[in-house]
Design a protein around this ligand. Structure first.
Ligand code: NAG
Ligand code: NAG
Ligand code: NAG
Ligand code: NAG
Ligand code: NAG
Ligand code: NAG
Ligand code: NAG
Ligand code: NAG
Ligand code: NAG
Ligand code: NAG
Length: 801
C-alpha cells in the first residue's frame, strides 16, 4: 500500500532527499562480528518510507520513539525538525494515516518564572527542535537530543517502554516552595491523551499525587480501517522528588484536580508531575501500555521493568535481535559495508510487525496466539511472510495460528488489521496465499482443517462489508468468471473499483485454495478452484494495443475491463503507472479498474499459469521483450509490492540470467543505506524483505513451494532452520563482488548437477548445499522446458534459445 495521507506530497517524488548522517560508524576495531552493527533503523525514515526507527523487540507491542511533526506515520521521520512527544506504540512503514502514538509523554524544563501556565502544554506548540545528527538508532534503543538541552534515551520490553531523560545541568532554577524549604524547581513531565492521527473520541487521565503515577485511557480509531479501540497507560517516574501534580486542558493547568476527562481530539488534555530538580539531572520514566485495562498496563511495566534497569533492558533487546538475525550467516568478503547494511537492516525491518498482542486481546478469550498489525497482508504476502517462513518459522506458525483464530472469532480472515480493528482490503483475500504458502512449506502446529475452512469461506461466502474482509462480487465471480465494471452486487457492499486487479488476485487466491484442496483430499474443490484460477483469461483482450505519448509500445493484448453483459470497457493499459500516468489509483471511491498499478503490470499477474500466459502473450521471446519493456519504460515502480515478482518472471521464459540482472538493476540504486534508501513506504518491512530475499538469491514465489534460483549477492549465505536445526547453504563459485559475473553457468545440489532453475522448500527444511557457478554471460543452465518452474498448464513452446 502506498500513502494517501493529507501530509503527503507526491509519493513518487523523484527528487529524493539526500540527507547525510554523521556519527554513523561501526566499531570494527575489535574484529568481532556483531550483526547489530550492520542494522541501521534510520534507513527509510525520510522521503515517505515511514519506517519506525525506534526501540522495539522482535514483533513487540511496545515501540517507543520520539514523535515528530510531519510525515510521522512511523513516529519519527528524518525529514522533520520538531519533536512533540515520546510515545510507546507504533506501526512501521505504513501508508494510510499515522498509527497509534497514543499517550505521548513530554518532558519540559522548569516553567519560565516557575509558573506552570508558562509551560507549553499543547502539541505542536510545545514542540522542540531536535539536534541535527543527534538521533541514534540501534535494534532495541533510540536516542535523541533536543535543542533545549534535554537528551532522551529509550528502550523497551514487550509491552512497556523505558525512557531516560537527562536535563541540562544548569536548568534548575532556585525557588522557595510554600512549605518553606528552599529547593530547586525541576522539570515538568506531562502525558497527553492524544494519538498521532488525532483520532481520539474520548479519554481520561489521572495522576496519583503521592506516587506521581500517571494513568488513563482513551478511545481511538485505527489508521486504515473501521471501528475503534481502547487503550490504557501507566507511567511511573524515578530519579526526582515530586513537587506537585495536576491536570491540564489546552494551556490551562490545575494542581487541585487529579483527574481529567475529555472528548474529541480538538481539546488537548492530560496529567502531569512537576518535579524538584533531579539529583543527577536524570529522570527515568516507565510507560506500560495495554489494550485491556489500566491495571494490566501497570502490571505489564511492573513485571517487565521492575527495577528501571535501562542497561539490562537494552542488553536483553540486543540479545533478542541477535538471536533472530543470526540464523542467517553471510560470507561478505569483497562486498561493501553498505550492501551488507542494506541486507541486515532489511531483515531487521521484516521482524517489527505483525505485533504479538497475545494476552492483550480484549475481543475474545482464546489460548491461541494473537498477532495484530497485519498492515497489510496485500503488502506482506509476497515477501515478508515467505521470508519469515525461512528465518523464523516458529513466529510464522504463531502468526498463522492467530490468523486462523481471527477467522474463528470474526468469521473471516483479515486482509489488513491494525489496533484490534478490521483494515481495508486492497485486492483479493490474500491471507489465502499466506496460508497455502505455509501449508505447502509444512509450517508446524497449524489447525489446517480450520485454515482450509477459512480460505474456502473467502471464495464462497461474500461478507456484508467486503471492504474489510472476504471478497466482493462473488456472484459475478462464480457466474461470469470475472469481476465486471459496474458490477451489480446484491450480496454485500464495498468499493466497486479495481475490477481487473481484483480478478487476477481472486484467480490466484483460488489457485492457492486448489493447492490445499488437492493435498487435503478435497478433489471436487480442487477441480472447482483450479478452474476458477483461469478466470484471468476472461479479462484478457487479445487485440488491445498500448502507446506511450502517442508512440505505440508494439505490444498487443492486455487485461481490460468488462461490463456484466460481456462487452469490453476501456482503461488505457498504461494508466495507473506511477511514473507515467497515475491519478486516483488508490482505494478511493473514484478509483479505477486497477489498483496502484497499470493493466500493463497486472497482465503479468498469473503466477499459477505462467506457461499459458507466455503463450498468450506470443511466446517466450515476445514475453521477455515485453517484461523487459515493463521494467525499462517507467511503467513499473518497484516501490509497490505487485512489482516484486515481475523482477524474477524471466525464469519462466527460460532466461534466469535476466532475473539476476534485473535484481542488480534495482539494488542498490533504489534499496540502499540512506535515510531515503527505500522506494516508497516500507509497508511493515515489505521493501526490506524484498531486498533480503533478492540478495539471498532464492526468490520465493508466494503461495507455491517454489524458489527461483538466482545467485546471492554474497560469496556464500547460510540459513539455519530454527524449527529443524538444519542448515541450507548457497555458495557462489567464481563470486564477483563487482557483479559482472552474475549469470549462472551451472548448479550443483549436494554435489550433483541441478538443472532446474527453481528449488523447493525441502532444501531449507532439510538443509544442504547449493553451489552456483557464475560467469559474465548468460549460459544454458535453466533454459530448457524441463528446467522451468511449475505451471498449471504445460509449457507449449520449445527450447527458448
Ligand atoms: C542509547 O543510550 C543508551 C544509554 O546510554 C545506550 O545503552 C544505547 O546503546 C544507546 N543507543 C544508541 C542507538 O546509541
Ligand atoms: C517477548 O515476547 C516474545 C513472544 O512474542 C517472547 O518469545 C519473548 O521471550 C518476550 N521477551 C521478553 C524479554 O520477555
Ligand atoms: C476510562 O476511565 C474512566 C475513569 O476510570 C472510566 O470511567 C471509563 O469507563 C474508562 N474508559 C474505558 C474505555 O475503559
Ligand atoms: C516540603 O515539600 C517537599 C516536597 O514535598 C518535601 O520534600 C519537604 O520535606 C517539605 N519540607 C517540609 C519542611 O515540610
Ligand atoms: C497553547 O499556547 C501556545 C502558545 O504558548 C499556543 O501556540 C497554542 O495554540 C495554545 N494551544 C491552544 C489549544 O490554545
Ligand atoms: C482547546 O483548544 C482547541 C483549539 O483551539 C479548541 O477547539 C477547544 O475548544 C479548546 N478546548 C477547551 C476545553 O477550551
Ligand atoms: C477487438 O476484439 C474484439 C473482440 O474481442 C472485437 O469486438 C473488436 O472489434 C476488435 N477490435 C479491433 C480493432 O479489431
Ligand atoms: C514500435 O515500432 C515502431 C515501428 O517500428 C517504432 O517506430 C516505435 O519506436 C516502436 N515503439 C517502441 C516503444 O519502441
Ligand atoms: C453492455 O453494457 C454496457 C454498459 O452498460 C453498454 O454500454 C453496452 O451497450 C452493452 N452492450 C450490449 C451489447 O448490450
Ligand atoms: C538510494 O535509494 C533511494 C530510494 O530508492 C534513491 O532515490 C537513491 O538514488 C539511492 N541512492 C543511491 C546512492 O543509489
Amino acid at each position: 500500500m502506498k500513502s494517501f495521507s493529507p501530509f503527503n506530497g507526491p509519493i513518487w517524488a523523484l527528487g529524493a532527499l539526500l540527507l547525510a548522517r554523521c556519527g554513523h560508524s561501526k566499531d570494527t576495531s575489535t574484529g568481532a562480528f556483531n550483526v547489530l552493527d550492520f542494522v541501521d533503523p534510520l534507513i527509510g525514515t525520510a522521503n515517505g518510507g515511514h519506517v519506525f526507527p525506534g526501540a522495539t523487540l522482535p514483533f513487540g507491542m511496545a515501540k517507543s520513539v520520539a514523535d515528530t511533526v510531519g510525515e510521522n506515520q512511523g513516529g519519527f521521520a528524518y525529514d522533520t525538525s520538531i519533536v512533540t512527544g515520546f510515545s510507546h506504540m507504533h506501526d512501521s512503514g505504513t501508508g494510510g494515516s499515522p498509527s497509534m502514538g497514543n499517550f505521548p509523554i513530554f518532558p519540559q524544563l522548569p516553567c519560565p518564572g516557575d509558573e506552570l501556565n508558562n509551560c507549553k502544554w499543547t502539541s505542536p506548540a510545545r514542540g522542540v527542535q531536535w539536534v541535527k545528527d543527534s538521533p541514534k538508532a540501534r535494534p532495541g534503543s533510540f536516542n535523541i537530543s533536543l535543542e533545549n538541552g534535554i537528551h532522551a534515551e529509550m528502550t523497551v520490553s514487550n509491552h512497556s517502554a523505558l525512557y531516560r531523560f537527562t536535563f541540562p545541568a544548569n536548568s534548575a532554577s532556585s525557588t522557595t516552595v510554600s512549605n518553606g524549604s528552599a529547593s530547586a524547581a525541576g522539570p515538568v513531565i506531562l502525558v497527553d491523551l492524544i494519538d498521532l492521527p488525532q483520532s481520539r473520541s474520548k479519554g481520561q487521565a489521572s495522576v496519583d499525587p503521592s506516587t506521581g503515577r500517571l494513568t488513563g485511557n482513551g478511545t481511538f480509531n485505527p489508521s486504515f480501517g473501521i471501528g475503534s479501540y481502547n487503550m490504557y497507560f501507566c507511567v511511573d517516574f524515578k530519579g526526582a522528588e515530586i513537587r506537585d501534580t495536576g491536570v491540564f486542558i489546552n494551556n490551562s493547568t490545575n494542581t487541585d484536580s487529579k483527574t481529567v476527562a475529555v472528548g474529541a481530539a480538538s481539546t488537548t488534555a492530560g496529567s502531569f508531575v512537576r518535579f524538584f530538580a533531579p539529583a543527577n539531572n536524570v529522570i527515568t520514566a516507565r510507560a506500560g501500555v495495554s489494550f485491556i485495562s489500566v491495571e494490566k498496563a501497570c502490571a505489564n511495566s511492573e513485571n517487565e521493568i521492575p527495577d528501571y534497569d535501562f542497561g539490562a533492558l537494552v542488553n536483553n533487546a540486543e540479545i533478542a535481535w541477535r538471536q533472530k538475525l543470526e540464523v542467517i550467516s553471510i560470507d561478505a568478503e569483497g562486498v561493501s559495508t553498505d550492501l551488507q547494511e542494506t541486507f541486515w537492516s532489511g531483515a531487521y525491518r521484516s521482524m517489527i510487525s505483525p505485533q504479538d498482542y497475545t494476552g492483550e486481546n480484549p475481543l475474545w478469550a482464546s489460548d491461541e496466539p494473537y498477532y495484530d498489525s497485519y498492515y497489510c497482508i496485500w503488502d506482506s504476502f509476497r515477501s515478508i511472510h515467505p521470508l519469515l517462513t525461512l528465518v523464523d518459522p516458529l513466529s510464522q506458525s504463531r502468526m498463522i495460528r492467530s490468523l486462523v483464530d481471527i477467522y474463528r472469532h470474526l468469521g473471516y480472515l483479515p486482509d489488513c488489521r491494525m489496533s484490534l480493528c478490521k483494515g481495508y482490503t486492497q485486492g483479493g483475500s490474500n491471507a489465502d496465499v499466506v496460508i497455502a504458502d505455509a501449508f505447502l512449506k509444512k509450517v508446524a502446529d497449524i489447525d489446517w482443517d480450520t485454515a482450509y475452512e477459512a480460505v474456502v469461506k473467502d471464495a464462497e461466502v461474500e461478507p456484508s462489508n467486503w471492504d474489510v474482509e472476504g471478497r466482493g462480487g462473488l456472484q459475478s465471480w462464480k457466474n461470469l468468471g470475472y469481476i465486471p465494471t459496474d458490477d451489480i452486487d446484491l450480496l454485500g457492499t464495498g468499493t466497486h473499483t479495481r475490477s481487473i486487479s481484483r480478478t487476477v488476485e481472486y484467480a490466484y487466491d483460488d489457485f492457492c485454495i486448489a493447492e490445499m484442496a488437492s493435498r487435503m483430499g478435497h478433489p471436487d474443490d480442487y477441480k472447482k478452484y483450479l478452474q476458477r484460477s483461469s478466470n484471468w483469461r476472461n479479462m484478457f483482450k487479445a487485440n488491445q494495443t498500448s502507446s506511450i505519448n502517442g508512440v505505440s509500445t508494439n505490444f498487443t493484448g492486455f487485461l481490460q475491463p468488462r461490463y456484466p453483459n460481456g462487452t469490453w470497457g476501456f482503461q488505457d493499459p498504461i494508466f495507473c503507472s506511477p511514473l507515467l500516468d497515475f491519478t486516483s489509483c488508490y482505494l478511493n471511491p473514484q478509483g479505477h479498474e486497477t489498483y496502484e498499478g497499470s493493466c500493463w503490470l497486472y497482465t503479468f499477474y498469473v503466477p499459477q499459469d505462467m506457461a499459458s500466459l507466455i503463450s498468450t502473450l506470443g511466446g517466450p521471446e515476445e514475453f521477455v521483450s515485453r517484461l523487459s519493456f515493463l521494467h525499462n519504460s517507467g511503467l513499473l515502480y518497484v516501490g509497490d509490492e505487485q512489482s516484486f515478482l515481475t523482477v524474477y518472471q524471466f525464469h519462466y521464459a527460460g532466461r534466469p540470467g535476466l532475473s539476476a540482472k534485473q535484481a542488480h538493476a534495482y539494488i542498490p540504486s533504489l534499496f540502499n543505506t540512506s535515510v531515503s534508501g527505500i522506494p516508497g513506504n516500507d509497508d511493515s518491512g515489505a521493501m526490506g524483505s524484498f531486498a533480503v530475499l533478492s540478495m539471498l538469491g532464492l526468490w520465493p514465489v508466494p503461495g507455491q513451494d517454489v524458489y527461483l534460483i538466482n545467485p546471492p549477492f554474497f560469496k556464500e549465505i547460510s540459513i539455519q532452520n530454527s524449527a529443524t536445526g538444519k542448515v541450507a547453504t548457497v555458495r557462489n563459485v567464481n563470486f564477483d563482488p563487482n557483479y559482472e559475473a552474475i549469470y549462472i553457468q551451472g548448479v550443483k545440489r549436494d554435489g550433483k548437477p541441478w538443472t532446474k532453475n527453481w528449488i523447493s522448500h525441502d532444501f531449507f527444511s532439510e538443509g544442504g548445499l547449493l553451489e552456483i557457478e557464475l560467469g559474465t554471460k548468460e549460459g544454458s543452465w535453466g533454459t530448457q522446458i524441463e528446467d522451468l518452474p511449475p505451471s498449471m498448464s504445460p509449457y507449449r513452446f520449445s527450447n527458448t534459445e
